[in-house]
Design a protein around this ligand. Structure first.
Ligand code: HEC
Ligand code: HEC
Length: 285
């Protein structure tokens, strides 16, 4: 009478081990990238990347309107190949970074394709981004003569007309930041931390004249068919019925003044970037 239960016990045990082995090999990522350093595989990964990721992370993974520059090291969410694999597979909850398979097509990438993308990201990484500026002087400019702080929050201090720049130094490439300063209208900023939405509002410029003739200028916050919300130059938020306005114009001309070489010479620009990239810590040389 004792024999049968034992047999069943043994059988169950074997099944449990089998199940464990199967989940270990297919569910969780193996710790090592099987294609590390393989240039051919990186090319395949680039193809995947263009289809699924460039939309947010930009061509060449150098950062776009909605996703950070992935050529930066070390990565914020873990810098090993396995960490990057998991970030791509699981997404970053609470941010626009979707889990694998959650994009429009709804078709997830296979484990093999995920490793291809990881290999691609590795192939475009730049080793330790170097900004050769004086971060302390950058801070003086930021809050002083360059007046960035009148429009931009940095670590809780500054204005609100433009986007918060606390994370910009790590999320954006220096090329992107430089272009933002030299030619602000070329590519308008979008909310980067915004939850996944079909459309994120860009920082378009709004010019409004109300029925009693009052004029406002500001940055767009939100808009639907009937109403518009924007923040004016004094950081007042307005909401209007479009039908009640005498005129409403939107433009892609940024409210940020262009900082050309005369206003902000290259050396000063480097200092401001060093301040932003160094997270305001100072001393980044
Ligand atoms: C809808 C926009 C969007 C799409 C699509 C998207 N990402 Fe992201 N991704 C983000 C955002 C936003 C973050 C930053 C999350 C945070 O705040 O830490 C991010 C973060 C990451 C990170 C972490 C970077 C770090 O420093 O740790 C990796 C890696 C990454 N994405 C890879 C990818 C890959 C590969 C794809 C395509 C399969 C992809 N992303 C698709 C928006 C996106
Ligand atoms: C008069 C207000 C104003 C001033 C002054 C100003 N900015 Fe801006 N800035 C904006 C607005 C509005 C935007 C969003 C539209 C755009 O992308 O140009 C912006 C966008 C940016 C962006 C792009 C952010 C992103 O996520 O894409 C960066 C970087 C930036 N500003 C840095 C600076 C720095 C550095 C200074 C000082 C040298 C500065 N700004 C001065 C209003 C201002």
């Amino acid at each position: 009478m004792n024999v049968r239960p034992r047999i069943f016990f043994g059988f169950d045990f074997a099944v449990v081990i089998l199940v464990c082995l199967v989940t270990a090999s297919s569910g969780a990522a193996q710790a090592k990238n099987p294609y590390a350093g393989d240039a051919k595989v990186a090319k395949l990964g680039e193809f995947e990347f263009r289809a699924n990721c460039a939309f947010c992370h930009g061509l060449g993974a150098r950062g776009g309107g909605r996703g950070p520059d992935l050529t930066r090291t070390p990565k914020k969410h873990g810098d090993s190949d396995a960490d990057i694999f998991n970030t791509i597979n699981n997404g970053v909850p609470g941010t626009a970074m979707p889990p694998n398979g959650a994009t429009q097509q709804g078709v997830g990438m296979t484990e093999e394709e995920l490793w291809q993308v990881v290999t691609y990201i590795r192939s475009v990484e730049k080793k330790a981004s170097t900004v050769s500026g004086d971060a302390n002087h950058g801070r003086e400019l930021y809050y002083g003569s360059a007046a960035c702080g009148t429009c931009h929050m940095f670590k809780g201090k500054g204005g609100r007309l433009g986007p918060d720049l606390t994370g910009a130094g790590t999320a954006r490439s220096t090329e992107y930041l430089t272009e933002s300063l030299r030619k602000p209208s070329r590519r308008l900023a979008q909310g980067i931390i915004e939850a996944m939405k079909e459309f994120t509002e860009e920082y378009e410029t709004v010019n409004v004249v109300t029925n009693d003739g009052t004029k406002y200028q500001g940055t767009l916050l939100n808009e639907d068919s009937f109403t518009i919300q924007f923040m004016d130059m004094r950081e007042q938020v307005h909401s209007f019925d479009k039908a009640s306005l005498k005129s409403l114009q939107k433009s892609r001309e940024s409210l940020m003044p262009a900082y050309d070489e005369k206003v902000l010479p290259d050396k000063d620009l480097q200092d401001v970037l060093a301040f932003l990239v160094g997270g305001g810590q100072g001393g980044v040389k």
